[in-house]
Ligand binder design. Structure first.
Ligand code: WAQ
Ligand code: MG
Length: 268
């Protein structure tokens, strides 16, 4: 009988604005160390000091747990963030997202998708054809939770990433999140770049394309980042999808391959 796991979540803010968040799914024996790790992250965040930190822990019964495999990672290299966004748009189109919807998502992330031009706490939901935003709360968005790598899978992944100079918590966590999002019933693709001012990479992901990492998607110093999940509202019940993303526990026990680097030269 497998043991129960725990959903550990961290959220940190300053003046009511979201600064940092994280989610883990792990055995009770590893909980204390992981909680301290997330607390330190909140206290030393590159987006500055915070005045409120929440840590929450909930047991996830092993009976509810499903397991899965991470997607392959493709390491795309561009020379500028403008080229990076051009490549992101092409990848989204090849995943079946209309050019209009892809452009609207890029523009929303670039201007700050939350009210006041800030970063959201979670992700936008975007109609893959019209580009219309569908999430109920444009500050919170949809926050994916209850996913992680098994300890063995994390060790294997770090070994695979190391020779590509990609052994970094941003990569590991984004790959894990994207794996859950790509597996979600009704999600067609995802677009993401970081909100950390010193972390300029992002990705486009889908079940068919895998995790298409792009080394530059924004200029240095930029704090506006975020995520867009593309859906076709006629083909999915949004409340069910959101609850699946937030609640279904998913542990990745198998890793994918790491491909590249591949240089994209673009049109400018
Ligand atoms: N669910 C939904 N949206 C989230 C979540 C979540 N659990 N966590 C973060 N976001 C949204 C939120 O709007 C953040 O502002 C934004 O994503 C960026 O979050 O291969 O570091 O944690 O080198 O800053 C991608 C590239 C890095 C990694 C992404 O995201 C690589 C990153 P961050
Ligand atoms: Mg961040």
């Amino acid at each position: 009988m497998p043991k129960d796991l725990n959903s550990l979540r961290m959220r940190a803010e300053r003046n009511g604005q979201h600064i940092s968040g994280a989610e883990r799914l792990l055995p009770t024996d590893d909980l204390a160390a992981a909680a301290i790790d997330l607390l330190q992250r909140a206290l030393q965040h590159p987006r500055g000091d915070v005045d409120r930190i929440s840590l929450s822990i909930e047991v996830v019964p092993s009976l509810e747990l499903t397991t899965g495999a991470l997607p392959d990672l493709y390491n795309n290299q561009v020379a500028s963030w403008q080229q990076g966004r051009e490549l992101a748009l092409q990848l989204l189109e090849s995943a079946g997202i209309s050019a209009v919807a892809g452009r609207k998502a890029l523009a929303a992330l670039a201007r700050g998708a939350a009210p006041g031009g800030r970063s959201m706490r979670g992700a936008m939901l975007i109609d893959a054809d019209s580009g219309e935003r569908l999430e109920r709360d444009q500050a919170r968005g949809v926050r994916v939770s209850r996913m992680d790598l098994s300890a063995a899978a994390k060790r294997q992944l770090r070994q695979l990433l190391l020779p590509h100079s990609l052994d970094d918590p941003h990569v590991i966590e984004a790959l894990t999140l994207a794996a859950k999002v790509s597996a979600a019933p009704g999600i067609i693709a995802e677009l993401c770049w970081s909100d950390d001012p010193d972390y300029l990479a992002g990705y486009v992901a889908s079940a068919a394309l895998g995790y298409q990492r792009i080394n530059l998607l924004k200029p240095a110093g930029e704090e506006r980042g975020g995520r867009a999940f593309f859906v076709r509202p006629s083909q999915v019940r949004l409340d069910e999808l959101i609850s699946w993303l937030e609640k279904t526990p998913l542990l990745f026990e198998q890793v994918g391959r790491v491909h590249g680097p591949k240089t994209y030269r673009g049109e400018r």
